[in-house]
Every structure is written in structure tokens, then in C-alpha cells.
Design a protein around this ligand. Structure first.
Ligand SMILES: [Ca+2]
Ligand SMILES: [Ca+2]
Length: 131
């Protein structure tokens, strides 16, 4: 499975282009632009499984660094600050990585208004509880 079987290649390209400048990355906006926020929980999970390059069940900080390149090979790497910001918002159980099961879905629930910033941490409500 590839990302473009779930998301449109054009949307992905536009989303990546939006964040070309270092430290400009916003995962909320990125997920909106590439269309992920309108996908089903299963599709969202599929995307996170693709992003979990080594199939560890987690997206580690080392994988987050190359997050944009998973979408577009020529994209830039995320800066340390961007990785940490992404992690702190998505890592509900504070183990330093984003779990593909459950936890990662809370990243997406921002579209439903359950995400509060800049408190620093996403409120952990899975999509399954909402729908
Ligand atoms: Ca991994
Ligand atoms: Ca975690």
C-alpha cells in the first residue's frame, strides 16, 4: 500500500509545498491540506502504518524527522523543534514515540474540536469514541 492509494498525489504535493521553510511545519494544517482529516479512522491508521517505516508499531522521532519525505521524496527533513512539537502533541502516554494504534488517531481529532493548544498535549480521545 502507498500513501497515494489513500491520499491524492496532488493534495500531498500541495501540502508539502506549504511547509518548505524550516520550522514552518504544522501537522494540523498538513493533515488538513493532504486530505487526511476527511478520511476514515481505518484510512488514517493505514497512513500511520505506512509512516512507521520499520514496522515497530510506533512512529519514533527518527521516523518523524523524515515525515515529509515519506510523502514526497524530495521534501526537506523536519527540524528537531518540529519533531518535538509534533511528538509532544501526539504522544499521549509520554513514551517518546507515537503509537500507531489508537494514540496516533488523537492527532487527527483536532478537526473535531477536541484538540487544545497551546497547552502542549493533545487530549486523548480516540476517533472510535467520537463516531
Ligand atoms: Ca517505527
Ligand atoms: Ca506514545
Amino acid at each position: 500500500m502507498s500513501l497515494t492509494s489513500i491520499l491524492s498525489a496532488e493534495d500531498i504535493e500541495n501540502a508539502v509545498k506549504e511547509f518548505q521553510a524550516p520550522d514552518s511545519f504544522s501537522f494540523k494544517k498538513f493533515f488538513q491540506l493532504c486530505g487526511l482529516t476527511s478520511k476514515s479512522p481505518k484510512e488514517v491508521k493505514d497512513v500511520f502504518q505506512i509512516l512507521d517505516d520499520d514496522n515497530s508499531g510506533y512512529i519514533e522521532e527518527s521516523e518523524l524527522k523524515f515525515f515529509l519525505q515519506r510523502f514526497v521524496p524530495g521534501a526537506r527533513t523536519l527540524t528537531d523543534a518540529e519533531c518535538k512539537g509534533f511528538l509532544s502533541a501526539a504522544d499521549d502516554d509520554n513514551d517518546g514515540k507515537i503509537g500507531v494504534e489508537g494514540e496516533s488517531l488523537s492527532v487527527i481529532t483536532c478537526r473535531l474540536g477536541y484538540y487544545h493548544e497551546p497547552v502542549g498535549k493533545a487530549v486523548s480521545i480516540s476517533l472510535y469514541q467520537i463516531v
